[in-house]
Design a binder for this molecule. Structure first.
Ligand code: F6P
Length: 341
């Protein structure tokens, strides 16, 4: 078969490990050939391709980002876009497509599958919010980056007797904040799933100072105060209708200063969480996803996505992954409450 591969949406560490595994097994053991589509769905939409053989994937396992490039292009938002994708795949003699992406990229894959395109999905996102899989790759790396930042902030917070706030990504799911906050020993962790009381946060800050330590507050970019709204960088929407979240950390610092009289500063980790080399866990998961995805293609198991269940890689309908957001369970959030304040 001639197989197209694309990476869509926000990039994350581990994408190259998937591409390498797909190509190595697909060519080396199954005799397929590949075409790389550049920049997510923009590739098949505008016929942007690149060679994708063994030489192209040599040495890319530890590299962050994606050799294919990525974008948030949505062919369903472009006039005649879907027909163009289908025609271009046909003209390039592409028999099957491997789409590596999150909610949006896989949503497009599901709809294209319904239009008769032979597609297999691979779940990625630092946000870990895809429903059908226990973990997505990229998440562990993002958590480790955020944890290291929190470790560093503890020492400077204590030197200056300040409250330090760390704003992390994750969109409308609090997985990065929860894991990084717990691993980094934060004193307050605020998640989008559970609107917070500003008064209680300030009480935690005060009690931490009274115990002669400086508080570290980890706040997810999508977290909101009771009755409040998401803080956003701008009100514009991307091709999939998402606003750009950000600013809750800065807002919180101002409120904490006003209420407690203590100095507060905010660090926004931003895209640092998405860059650089993947952790061993993410390299391993991404590689296994790639190996199982090419098996799915080889067996003609269309419309499926590889997923992690426990320690097994299974195949599930792609639509299951995008049916709803996987958010943090209240029971899990309750567990960490013992460390607040
Ligand atoms: O979905 C991954 C993610 O990094 C989110 O955590 C974040 O809200 C968003 O992408 C940022 O998007 P962009 O890279 O377009 O600024």
């Amino acid at each position: 078969m001639r197989i197209g591969v694309l990476t869509g949406g926000g990039d994350c560490p581990g994408l190259n490990a998937v591409i390498r595994a797909v190509v190595r097994k697909g060519i080396g053991m199954q005799g397929h050939e590949f075409v790389g589509f550049r920049d997510g769905w923009r590739g098949p939409l505008d016929n942007l391709t690149m060679d994708l053989g063994i030489p192209e994937v040599r040495g890319i396992l530890p590299r962050g980002g994606t050799i294919l490039g990525s974008s948030r292009t949505n062919p369903f938002g472009v006039d005649g876009g879907v027909d163009r994708v289908v025609e271009n795949l046909h003209a390039l003699h592409v028999d099957a497509l491997i789409a590596i992406g999150g909610e949006d990229t896989l949503g497009v894959a599901t709809k294209l599958h319904e239009r008769g395109v032979n597609v297999v999905g691979v779940p990625k996102t630092i946000d870990n919010d895809l429903n059908a899989t226990d973990y997505t790759f990229g998440f562990d790396t993002a958590v480790n980056i955020a944890m290291e930042a929190i470790d560093r902030l503890h020492t400077t917070a204590e030197s200056h007797h300040r409250a330090l706030i760390v704003e992390v990504m994750g969109r409308h799911a609090g997985w990065i904040a929860l894991h990084a906050g717990m691993a980094g020993g934060a004193n307050v962790i605020l998640l989008p799933e559970f609107p917070f009381s500003l008064q209680r946060v300030c009480a935690y800050v005060e009690s931490r100072f009274q115990a002669h330590y400086a508080p570290i507050i980890v706040v997810a970019e999508g977290a909101t105060p009771d009755g409040g709204e998401n803080a956003t960088i701008d009100k514009g929407l991307d091709a999939f209708g998402h606003v750009r979240l950000g600013g809750i950390g800065e807002w919180l610092a101002g409120e904490i200063e006003k209420a407690t009289g203590k100095e507060a500063r905010t660090t926004v980790l931003g895209h640092i969480q998405r860059g650089g080399t993947p952790t061993a866990f993410d390299r391993m998961l991404a590689t296994r996803f790639g190996l199982h995805a090419i098996d799915g293609v080889h067996e003609g198991d269309w419309g499926k996505m590889v997923a992690l269940r426990g320690t097994d890689i299974v195949r599930v309908p792609i639509s299951e992954a995008t049916a709803k957001l996987k958010t943090v369970d209240p029971k899990l959030y309750d567990e960490v409450g013992v460390f607040f304040g």
